[in-house]
Design a protein around this ligand. Structure first.
Ligand code: FES
Length: 242
């Protein structure tokens, strides 16, 4: 029985869902498990296949990896200050959940699904409207930088608080990718917390899946074992930020 199946079984009992101990600390998510899904435990690696080390991440730099599906992008960040802890968040359907914190020695490392919770803007190999705006930069989406910005319709999200929606039309946080940093400094993605938009995403971008992944079926394949992790400037041709 894998961890995903275990979640389903536990959920059917009506008991609180038992999930990755490293990610859970008491009440964390809806009791039916709907806002927490475990997937393959996947190691983040660079283009040569070498593990990405947590201590080697460049601060405030957008890194992209696809997880949990071959076509669903996530943004990895090492922030310059520790994140908040045990943040209460709410989906647009009113489901509450708790985002525990960032990971790493100083709780500065976070990852979020890079599919906007408003109308699904996301980085592609061609362009990106959704990314973190560094603290010393300005954005039209919020009063200061240091936030995730979707420049499609100017939504912003608080990366230090579980990507809570701060401004603009987005009605809920970006879902989080739950990470683990192992003793050897390697980084692993293990789950998704929050109301992800994967279902809508897979319905919306068929031509794109064909162009970049060889079709929808391949785009929906789960990432296994490792996920290529590159900077956003390496991932996409054009970064658009207002
Ligand atoms: S798609 Fe992101 S703000 Fe509209």
């Amino acid at each position: 029985m894998n961890r995903r199946n275990f979640l389903k079984v536990a959920g059917a009992t009506g008991a609180l869902i038992a999930v990755s101990p490293s990610a859970i600390n008491g009440k964390l998510h809806a009791s039916n498990g709907g806002l927490y899904s475990t997937y393959e435990r996947v190691q983040l690696v660079d283009a040569s296949g070498a593990p990405i080390k947590a201590s080697a991440l460049k601060k405030e730099t957008n890194y992209v990896f696809n997880y949990p599906y071959a076509s669903t992008p996530a943004i990895l960040l090492d922030l310059d200050t520790p994140t908040a802890q045990n943040v209460s968040l709410k989906s647009e359907d009113g489901e509450e959940y708790i985002w525990k914190s960032g990971v790493g020695a100083k709780r500065t490392i976070v990852a979020y699904t890079a599919i906007c919770s408003h109308q699904l803007a996301h980085p592609t190999p061609n362009d990106s409207f959704l990314q973190y705006c560094q603290k010393d930069k300005t954005t039209m989406a919020f009063k200061h930088g240091g936030v995730m910005v979707c420049s499609s319709h100017l939504s912003s999200f608080d990366v230090s608080k579980g990507c809570k929606n701060l401004s603009g039309p987005a009605g809920q946080p970006l879902a989080s990718v739950i990470l683990e940093v192992a003793e050897d400094d390697t980084i692993w993605a293990v789950a998704v917390l929050g109301a992800d938009k994967f279902h809508e995403y897979f319905k919306a971008f068929k031509p794109e899946f064909k162009m970049f992944y060889g079709g929808k079926r391949k785009a929906k394949e789960l990432v296994k074992e490792s996920a290529l992790t590159v900077t956003l400037s390496e991932y996409t041709k054009e970064i658009i930020q207002y």
